[in-house]
Ligand binder design. Structure first.
Ligand code: HEC
Length: 207
């Protein structure tokens, strides 16, 4: 093979590279030109996703958080769902469900003359404290399998807290509502690294 032939081969390879580069540049230009001005979906929608996540996390807050700011008047309205089966007045009679006057803080299954399910009777040693009422009214079935209260539960934590506060007001001696829990978690996390930093100093001192 003489040098002339080598030149032809190199030339061919070079021409090929130039062609590939040309196609690549052209296609880049085409893509650039065809980019839509707005994305096909609403960015606002994408921003809603974390908000929904935050709402879900909010549902996990402890009972005291909602009870601290519970609205008794709203609770009276929510209680309309319960009134078909329950009486909350002083000396009120049992109906389909037991009389509920003064139920907050009283022992479970304690209404005189009401025939409770075995499931609820089995919890007599416990009281209707905030947390038990919270669990019961969120989902009676989940709280105590085999109970006979035909009620699905109250999904919204604000409504649940409101009706509990209303029940509490229907008592000879209403209890003080729990205080909102202090949000101490971040402070505790900050304290942890400080403690770790202190450790080597202590080690050094020991030597
Ligand atoms: C369809 C009728 C019905 C409805 C509606 C109903 N309950 Fe009940 N409830 C019952 C029955 C029946 C029991 C007893 C359950 C058992 O013995 O297992 C009960 C028990 C209870 C108890 C336990 C009482 C105790 O003495 O231990 C509480 C508290 C209670 N209900 C609150 C409520 C509230 C608040 C609502 C409304 C949000 C409600 N219930 C709606 C029928 C009902």
């Amino acid at each position: 093979m003489d040098s002339f032939e080598w030149n032809k081969i190199f030339g061919g390879v070079l021409a090929g590279l130039v062609a590939v580069l040309g196609v690549s540049i052209t296609s880049d230009m085409m893509f650039a030109r065809h980019l839509p001005e707005k994305p096909g979906y609403e960015v606002a929608g994408a921003e809603e996703a974390p908000a929904a996540g935050a709402a879900a996390a909010e549902a996990e807050k402890p009972a005291a958080f909602y009870l601290a700011s519970a609205d008794v008047a709203k609770g009276e309205a929510v209680f309309k769902k319960c009134a078909a089966c329950h009486n909350v007045d002083p000396g009120g009679a049992n109906g389909t469900g037991p009389a509920l006057h003064g139920v907050v803080g009283r022992p479970i299954a304690a209404a005189a003359g009401f025939s409770y399910s075995d499931a609820l009777s089995g919890m007599k040693s416990k009281n209707w404290d905030w947390d038990n009422l919270w669990g019961w009214l969120k989902s009676p079935k989940a709280f105590m399998a085999g109970n006979k209260m035909s009620f699905a539960g109250i999904t919204k934590p604000e409504d649940r807290a409101a009706v509990i506060a209303y029940l509490n007001s229907k008592s000879a001696s209403p209890l003080p509502l729990p205080a909102a829990p202090a949000e101490e978690a971040p402070a505790a996390e900050e304290a942890a690294p400080a403690a770790e930093e202190a450790a080597p100093v202590a080690d050094a001192a020991a030597k």
